[in-house]
Design a protein around this ligand. Sequence first.
Ligand code: PLP
Length: 229
Amino acid sequence: MIIADNVKRVRAEIAEAAAKSGRGPKDITLVAAAKQNAAESVREAVLAGVDAVGENRAQELAEKSSQGAYEGAPVHFIGHLQTNKVGAVVGRCSLIESVDSLRLLESVSRRARLLGIRQDVLLEVNIGGESSKSGVLPGELDPLLEFAAAESGLRVLGLMAIPPVFAPNGSSRYFFDEMYRLFVDMRGKKYDNVDMRLLSMGMSSSFIDAIHSGSNMVRVGTAIFGGRA
Ligand SMILES: *Cc1c(COP(=O)(O)O)cnc(C)c1O
């Protein structure tokens, strides 16, 4: 049961990092980033007690869902979502972490209203300003929050980021700190339908740093499942 052992180890590391920043293990949500891993492996991770499973592609989500991979755990969508795939994701994922444009936010909201639900989302921020990455720039967040405030199909629960890997000082700490500042700033604004309480940042090689900076949701793939093909 390598996956179960990995989950246990990651949990222990999360608990230690959380304690260093004055929080408890339950304050951090562990999302198993499951892309390219088989339904059977995902099921092992769920049984080992991860809080949620993250998927990057609508196709994989549908396949593994029909194979019963997620039973017992909520699923988050964490990859780049094309507007023509919104129908396969809205209402099937408890949280869409990767809303990266106003157009996508509009599309998600329209679909959710059609289904008569309110979809929980995070807004993805391109904190490093990298042209290769998805996400809105910090200065573009307010229009999205203003839009969400008037929508019955949405609830914005926080922010998500994938900072540059090779930050100037060799870690992502600078960008994690910047994200935390932005999160606190946005939390202070009172928009309807916005409840800024989740800050999703940190992956296998960075979740400890991310937690030290204030992350309360980490998305961990290889440290749980091993290397991807
Ligand atoms: C793959 C992925 C992760 C996890 O990456 P690891 O380095 O394998 O832990 C986290 N977030 C997103 C959006 C991903 O695509």
